[in-house]
Write a protein that binds this ligand. Structure first.
Ligand SMILES: C[S@@+](CC[C@H](N)C(=O)[O-])C[C@H]1O[C@@H](n2cnc3c(N)ncnc32)[C@H](O)[C@@H]1O
Length: 379
């Protein structure tokens, strides 16, 4: 039998209140990975008391997540520990690892997991647990040291609820993994209406439609039914071009840092470009790209010293990135508490005033401009 370093582990996250049972995570870990988990292990994160979604069976996609009430942009939808963590690579055929993982799960979790999608063939994945893991597991980060071999850093985690989210090329939600708490959080990328399906993306949505379709077919065994994959050919080419442009734009858009120190550039050059980007993002449903534009629009208004507009955009940014980037949300929350905490508040106005002051001092006093002597001299 071929030797494999992956061995089964069970992690027990104690509940913060004695009335709740602990959370168990089964994992197939390389021994070198154990120190890469948080130490000590976090307490179990309680589930959200009044969830804003339900899981329903659908005619064409098996199960799906639906919003049961309106969810605001950036709103937390669900937070969950994985039921299992496994390496994202096939183990030797005779290795019982995946089946062991399955058999170690609590009964209800195992039964639920066995109803999850499995798009792998028996030849490809003889163990159904492996097929389910390969269809559903989300890539997660552990405390990987930089020198570690890239193939060893490849771990996936399966979630009983989050894995019910279907794919869209214009998703309204995204998932953020948090290693210290060993949880994944789902949050809204844009406002979601009650009754809407909650979707995430399984692929890079900026790829052209043909590549997205091929990728989803090959890796997940389905043909995407989203509105962007069903556009007529001519509109689809436009959509491909817009998506490609949005991807490039992230690297090429007018630079906020340069603008913020360069009075020669028009006040609205970055703003106009970013408003334009937000419109294209809206059109393609690529709200995952909004963050940088929202942040820089708020910063532009700070540099311009336009408090009302700064507040409007900074409040939106804080809402939007509360889950995705809580540090950034905290920074902007502190500016909202007192805009003068932003060190370069109204920098462009202040600079212009100072320059005008300097120019005025460099010119002769106004009465001299009209003195008979000057007129004579000019003549
Ligand atoms: C991670 S699971 C999503 C939840 C799944 N529907 C279930 O019942 O557990 C991925 C599988 O869901 C289905 N699926 C996801 N997104 C889809 C879409 N946009 N159109 C059709 N089927 C989809 C495919 O069968 C895919 O292999």
């Amino acid at each position: 039998m071929m030797e494999t370093p992956y061995t089964l582990h069970k992690f027990c996250l104690r509940s913060p209140t004695s009335s709740l049972p602990p959370t168990i995570i089964s994992a197939l870990f390389h021994p070198s990975m154990i120190p890469l988990l948080p130490t000590p292990l976090p307490l179990a994160t309680p589930v959200i008391a009044n969830p804003s979604f339900e899981i329903k069976h659908t005619p064409h996609k098996a199960f799906a997540m639906y919003a049961t009430r309106d969810i605001p942009e950036g709103g937390l939808i669900h937070i969950e520990h994985p039921v299992f963590i496994v390496p994202n690579k096939p183990l030797p055929r005779d290795h019982a690892g995946y089946d062991q993982v399955g058999s170690q799960l609590p009964k209800h979790a195992f039964e639920e997991m066995m109803t999850m999608a499995n798009c792998r063939s028996k030849q490809d994945c003889p163990s159904p647990v492996e097929g389910i893991a390969r269809t559903n597991a989300l890539m997660i980060e552990l405390n990987f040291p930089p020198e570690m071999d890239a193939s060893a850093k490849n771990y996936g985690a399966a979630f009983l609820i989050l894995n019910r989210a279907n794919h869209s090329c214009g998703p309204n939600a995204a998932i953020k993994w948090n290693l210290p708490t060993l949880t994944a959080s789902m949050y809204a990328l844009r406002p979601i209406l009650a009754g809407e399906e909650i979707t995430k993306t399984y692929i890079d949505p900026s790829l052209p439609r043909s590549e997205r379709i091929a990728h989803l077919q090959e890796n997940y065994g389905f043909t995407c039914d989203c509105q962007w994959c069903n556009l007529p050919t001519s509109s689809s080419l436009d959509s491909d071009a817009t998506r490609a442009a949005l991807r490039i734009r992230l690297l090429t858009h007018p630079s906020y840092p340069k603008w913020s120190t360069d009075l020669a550039r028009a006040d609205d050059v970055v703003l106009n470009s970013h408003f334009d980007a937000l419109q294209l993002i809206e059109q393609e449903g690529m709200h995952g790209l909004q963050g940088i534009y929202l942040e820089e629009i708020a910063l532009c208004y700070a540099i311009l010293g336009d408090e009302d507009r700064f507040r409007m955009w900074a409040e939106r940014l804080v809402r939007r990135c509360k889950v995705e980037d809580s540090k950034l949300a905290n920074v902007f929350e502190s500016y909202l508490g007192d805009v003068r905490r932003f060190k370069r508040w109204a920098w462009r106005r202040v600079q212009r005033k100072q320059m005008q002051g300097k120019k005025a001092r460099a010119l002769p006093p106004p009465e001299d401009l009209f003195s008979p002597f000057l007129l004579e001299a000019q003549a």
